[in-house]
Write a protein that binds this ligand. Sequence first.
Ligand code: ADP
Ligand code: MG
Length: 577
Amino acid sequence: MPIRLLPDELVDQIAAGEVIERPASVVKELVENALDAGATRIEIEIEHGGVALVRVRDNGQGIAAGELTLALARHATSKIASLGDLEAVTSLGFRGEALPSIASVSRLRIVSRPAGAAQGAEVDGGTAEAVRPAAHPPGTTVEVRDLFFNVPARRKFVRSDATELGHVTRLIERLALSRFDVGFRLTSGSRVLLDVAACDDASDELSRLARLLGSDFPAQVLPVSAGAGSVMLSGWMGLPTRSRAQPDRQFWFVNGRSVRDRLLMNAARLAYRDVLYHGRHPLYVLYLTLDPKLVDVNAHPAKLEVRFRDSRQVHDFVFRALERILAEARPQPEAAVTTVGAPGDDVAPAALPLREPSRDSWLVAEALASVAPAASQRAADAEDQPLGSALGQLHGVYILAQSRAGLVLVDMHAGHERVLYERLKAERAAGSVASQLLLEPLVISLKAHEIAALLEERSQWEQAGFELGALSDTQLVVRRVPAHLKVAEVPGIVGSLVRDLADDVGTHHLEKAADRFLGALACRTAIHANRRLTLPEMNALLRQMEATERASQCNHGRPTWTRLTLQQLDQLFLRGR
Ligand code: ADP
Ligand code: MG
């Protein structure tokens, strides 16, 4: 489309664009223009944090000499011409405001040559009428010097060169994550800060991610790929055990545009709620693509937030897709774990493969009965047993196991807790909670306020398989309990549960009250430290974990197991050097 002035009615429909407030705003507008022009290689040069110079060169389609003057006019754009175009816009820009805004606060020069043109042409922002011939390869260079030279008020808000350069660098990193098919090079003076070639395949993409987000990024994430109708979600999501203290590695892209959208961030947060340690943040790089007509990008001056036509549907799709991937995570190749220098560096669990749970063997006690001694000596096929076969118990807390890859350590309480929690949730969802009627009702003494609190939450208790009532202010009668509870332990467990729920102990990250209840129940009924387990019991637990969703983290988001590969052990003992 040629560059044209937008009709007044359309100008009125367009949200006013962001003011140019710092060098990074200039870089953003110029690089987005280059991307809109179909460039596959973009070079950004910065001097003095961008205040002295921002120069962006691209190999895109260029601007015809006859349109250079118009490119600098307000509300002139080649990207939309009608309201219909605006509603289905796929370009990053569409307001026709960036170049005139930048030209009004700097010394701007454009040199450009369309692919078919015999020669290039240049124009100065100050004298937009005077277009001269100039040498240039096909593509465009926009040069912005002395930013804010004529607006001291804005100049005052510009920070040190290093700070401004930091903003520019993070911006270019985000843009480089948004378009793997484009090469980017960022230099400041003579320093090359980033130089990434256009990616040809998935392995190039992983190298770019490693370059931008850290060399261990590929080992920390699960690939994401999901679709529902015309809505597609792809990218990478961090393993729960690789969470971060800050939400500083969360990237969302909608139709190629980097956004900080609350709805999407919330959907991702919810997906992790069952597996993340309290106060930790997941990392992810996620791309949502959908029919441009279903999303309004004209809702925010910086286009950072978007408005979905059907926001509920988008939210649920994203939430469900991410939650499923976390639940069904497959094992990382062992090789990903073995590239580590020192043990302890990188021994967080990869995801476990899911296998069919053997019927009714989810409890260690139950499982024990179903595991014949001969079977437990398991000419075990170590390959499909990532948690290996148990060798013994360590300090009453950990199970030590040998797997094909090396050594596995399992936190037996944490692992069992997750097994129970997932089982309880599944039973609840199926409406078939296994419970046992007590031969003799149990009478438990509690404080009056504890009984009152319990009765307020009575439906939770009943949904989990309890049947109980008050005998007096301080006496509770229990007639039925969940099937996996040992009768002798019921009074202790009921008392602890009442207090856990009052204090929200360790369950606060589970958002739904019902999940909190089941989480607390699982925690209180899972095998505790110093409980002696036999080898068949240990193996039964390992097999249960392998068959359980999300088994790599306990309900509190802590890892349940870790491994040291043979290679890591060899490194530890300097073998083979
Ligand atoms: P917008 O991007 O909203 O259209 P701009 O002020 O950023 O508005 O740019 C005005 C017009 O100049 C664009 O619509 C486009 O036609 C042209 N233009 C700007 N930069 C480039 C570039 N790097 N390559 C090709 N055309 C460009
Ligand atoms: Mg633009």
